[in-house]
Design a protein around this ligand. Sequence first.
Ligand SMILES: [Zn+2]
Length: 356
Amino acid sequence: MRPTEDNPQRIDPALGRYSRQILYEKIGLEGQRRLAASRVVLFGCGALGTVLANTLVRAGVGYTRICDRDFIERDNLQRQVLFDEDDIAAGLPKAEAAAAKLRRINPSVTVEPVVIDVNPSNIDRLADRAELLLDGTDNFETRFLINDLAVKTRRPWIYGAVIGATGLCMTVVPHDTPCLRCIFEDAPPPEMNPTCDTAGVLASAVNLVASLQAVEAIKLLIGRKDEINRHLVHLDVWSGRVVNMKVQSAYDQGNCPCCKRGEFPYLEGKFAATTTTLCGRDAVQVHPGGATRIDFVAIAKKLQPVAAGPVSHNRFMLKAAIDGHELTLFPDGRAIIKGTNDPDRARTLYAKYVGA
Ligand SMILES: [Zn+2]
């Protein structure tokens, strides 16, 4: 019998696993073939990242590189759908555990894990040959870095962010739709920037934002750029409210330093956070990139619910016991994190609790 579009399983047994997706008219057999030939890079494999990777690998994206620096902790399991108790017992990094799980889900595509702290010195190489960049990160610094690379190399990327019950999502097609810096010129100061580790996060919000990101990714990968959502989506799963915000004028009328003026300071490492291991002190100093002024009152309020004991501060420093570490924060955003010699661990703690 001749293969037909409406019976994909007869076309090629290998495509049978995608039959319900191929039946969806906007994708079809041609779209499925394009997905199989596509190549993406995912930065961050936590809450958003695991749902994104899960959806795209099941959908048949041919090659997915997963970059993440963290290990799995028990409080991740509430929302990070690719991990389980066995992964924690095995002490696996997130990228490796995700790849192992995804290969069991779909062995017909390639998943490449890279355990790495994504920064200006390596992002270009990590994104090598990827036609689409995906945001599964949890901080502005890395998002602006992705944005710089995407705009400079004219590749689309998909922004996603979740906190509490709320989320944001936006598809960035450089020199067409607004980029992230058209919308947010600079990262908000840390006290204005709650993190999932200080304000909590609901899995439903994560799943919804990552699902929106994934469908935008599929549209771009199968060549349906004309059908992307050109709005900034804001949603609240608790109230059920979804708002599509019109943002095109931010690109059309704006003077964005990135996509209009061609400045890429994040890619050039001008705002990159640096860490120094303080020898013999079991401590790491984290210095955020760029100029920051810290509001100790606001930070103390943010940290108090998750700190072991009172968060104290004076004009010169703030001290808090968090996650088995002692955090000392200075007015310029610099921090000393005691209880570790591992710069990646210190950066993770900084991003989680101070925000980056
Ligand atoms: Zn821009």
